[in-house]
Design a protein around this ligand. Sequence first.
Ligand code: PBG
Length: 336
Amino acid sequence: MPNEKLVLTHRPRRLRRFASRRAMVEETVLRPADLIAPLFVVDGSPAPEEIGSMPGVFRLAIADLVKECQEIFALGVPAVALFPKLDPKLKDENGTEALNPQTLILRAVRAVKQAVPELSIITDVALDPYTSHGHDGVLNAEKDNVDNDRTVAILAQMAVMQAEAGVDFVAPSDMMDGRVGAIRKALDAAGYTDTAIMAYSVKYNSAYYGPFRDAVGSAQAAGTRLLSKATYQMNPANRREAIREMQLDVAEGADVVMVKPAGAYLDIIREVRNATRTPVAAYQVSGEYSQIHAAARLGWLDLVRTRHESLLAIKRAGADMILTYFAKDIAKAYKG
Ligand code: PBG
């Protein structure tokens, strides 16, 4: 048989011949500046405590958190999202501790802001770390639903306190209706016109949050049959509704809109990206991180390649920035 050449007009492989040539046509690049590191803070001065379901992720005392933030910023990661793990004794039905001017998260923010002023600090505005039932808001009189409007009033106060402590982006993660508008109004009235809002606009009621709830000890609500987070977080079956939620938050004044989780919702990230000019963030949540680690531990997946691919996919889908527990690892690998 002579070596017959196919008559082909198109041979895409020409552009894949060498790494150098593949780089010429590479469409998506992941860089440390795209990433936001979520970090967990605890009170007192315990040694860093690893979260069982999240290998390599620790609950940090404020002093250790400050060091971690310095390292992360030096590696080129521009922002952190801070989450408090509260002493269960401080929790009650109404999440009263959230409005304590000396509460853990506010002390943590002040310390980090002082040490690394140019690192952007993002804090959740939601009551789940503070409520004994673990819901993101306060309950109504019948205790069979989260009271939207009373919760929004508390969230607006929380946001002002966070801004006062030095937070750069307040991040309502509660999915109450009207909270972005109420928070913008409260921030402006208090003079915090430069504090931005990163809205968890499209937040699904997801099983992928499991390890996070271990991390902050807010697991109770997930298992409450009568009152599920599904009464405020979105149904994973819905796509049109994602655009609606995003548009409402943009209209109410969100500076950045977020899709969460990320990996199982790449179609949503793309739709949101195409439907707005507002920057889009995506949150690669705890369960996405844990499943990659679990498979790697079993020897079934290559950790370094899988984590990179998982984040590249999120960026390719349209995210301008990605919250990920891999942020520091990726930034280190990028530095080489
Ligand atoms: C709480 C909040 C959650 C996450 C971020 N903020 C969990 C929840 O809604 O129960 C999840 C983050 C993760 O899983 O990494 N408002």
